[in-house]
Ligand binder design. Structure first.
Ligand SMILES: NC(=O)c1ccc[n+]([C@@H]2O[C@H](COP(=O)([O-])OP(=O)(O)OC[C@H]3O[C@@H](n4cnc5c(N)ncnc54)[C@H](OP(=O)(O)O)[C@@H]3O)[C@@H](O)[C@H]2O)c1
Length: 318
């Protein structure tokens, strides 16, 4: 209830943010601006019914250590709730990302407007699982973690009992596990069947739809919320995703889903999958945040248009 009120207040500020952006001469496409004036699209977390906006933020490039590098990240974190977004995904392995987010969010004072998700270590034997979990809380400066995830299945059977205790005590509101590699899908599916996860996180994009074959339908069947990582093909793959449509005008059907940019087409494709709760596109730039958040408003493709987008993509040269 408190969260919804906060979200509404944050959203009302979106109008100010959008108007202020225009007054300041910051370019914002007309349709994207109109889209941010509408309510964000929300999806329920199956375990609780709590609603989440469909576009969040990935922060694997937030491991910075200079004031100059932190400045644009501060603006992204400050601005996102006003545009309707709340999910911020980080991990122990992303350099100083957890510390940077903890420091910036404490300074901005908008912890209650964010849904903070992190992941425990990904490499080597974790000597003390509880200490590794406590470390995430300390770096992020949070008393409660919205979502605690096992990263890439690392030591999942050993970690889950600790995660369950964190959930029982209320320190972690939800627990989950992530992957971003098809080589792990078979093990990931087995882990989904073995553990009572609230969330899974998996890669899915117009250029890589493999997770839609088994993982996404299984998440729906098991009542697990789904976060989508690498919706543009990943930090390294995004350049080739965007270059494949470089200089191509948006097709007419983009107007039918209120999309002003290719990024919005890619995100709307991803979040229109019925199993998906939210996508977490990674960005360090305010202009890209605005572009991406606009995809969380307006219309989404129906099944027929999803097939049309796939056909269009498949005819493009790689
Ligand atoms: N196994 C796992 O658990 C796992 C694996 C991978 C990722 N993740 C999570 O998922 C998040 C998303 O994945 P990702 O960041 O690797 O890849 P991504 O979201 O597919 O792509 C990010 C790239 O796209 C660019 N970009 C963002 N918005 C754009 C826009 N509107 N127009 C053009 N370019 C845009 C970003 O550059 P700028 O910074 O310049 O905007 C960045 O280079 C990560 O940050 C991380 O939180 C989890």
């Amino acid at each position: 209830m408190i969260r919804n009120t906060l979200k509404r207040r944050a959203f009302l500020r979106a109008g100010l943010t959008g108007s202020a952006a225009l007054a300041a001469g910051v370019a914002m496409p007309a349709r994207a601006f109109a889209a941010t004036q509408r309510e964000p699209i929300l999806r329920p977390i199956p375990a609780s019914g709590e609603l989440l906006p469909v576009i969040g933020l990935g922060t694997n490039a937030y491991g910075v250590d200079t004031e100059e590098a932190k400045a644009p990240l501060r603006e992204v974190l400050r601005t996102m709730p006003g545009l309707g977004g709340s999910v911020v995904d980080t991990a122990e392995v992303y350099g100083t990302s957890e510390e940077v987010i903890g420091e910036l969010v404490a300074e901005i004072g908008n912890r209650d407007e964010l849904f903070i998700a992190t992941k425990t270590p990904i490499r080597g034997e974790i000597p003390d699982v509880q200490a590794a979990i406590d470390d995430c809380f300390a770096k992020l400066q949070v008393r409660t973690m919205d979502l605690l995830q096992v990263h890439n299945l690392h030591e999942i059977d050993r970690q889950i009992p600790y995660f369950l205790r964190m959930r029982e005590s209320g320190r972690a509101r939800y627990i989950g596990a992530s992957t971003s590699s098809a080589q792990q899908y078979t093990d990931f599916i087995a882990a989904m069947r073995r553990h009572p996860l609230d969330f899974i996180q998996v890669n899915y994009s117009i250029d890589d739809r493999d997770s839609a074959e088994e993982i996404l339908p299984l998440a729906e069947e098991l009542g697990m919320a789904v976060l989508i990582n690498m919706p543009f093909g990943g930090r390294r793959g995004a350049a080739s995703t965007f270059s494949r449509v470089a200089n191509r005008p948006l097709p007419d059907w983009a107007g039918d889903i209120d999309a002003d940019s290719w990024a919005q087409v890619f995100l709307k494709y991803v979040v229109s999958h019925p199993a998906v709760t939210a996508a977490i596109p990674g960005t360090t730039r305010l202009s890209h945040l605005r572009d991406n958040q606009a995809a969380g408003h307006g219309r989404l493709p129906d099944p027929a248009l999803r097939r049309e987008i796939e056909r269009y993509w498949d005819t493009l040269e790689a």
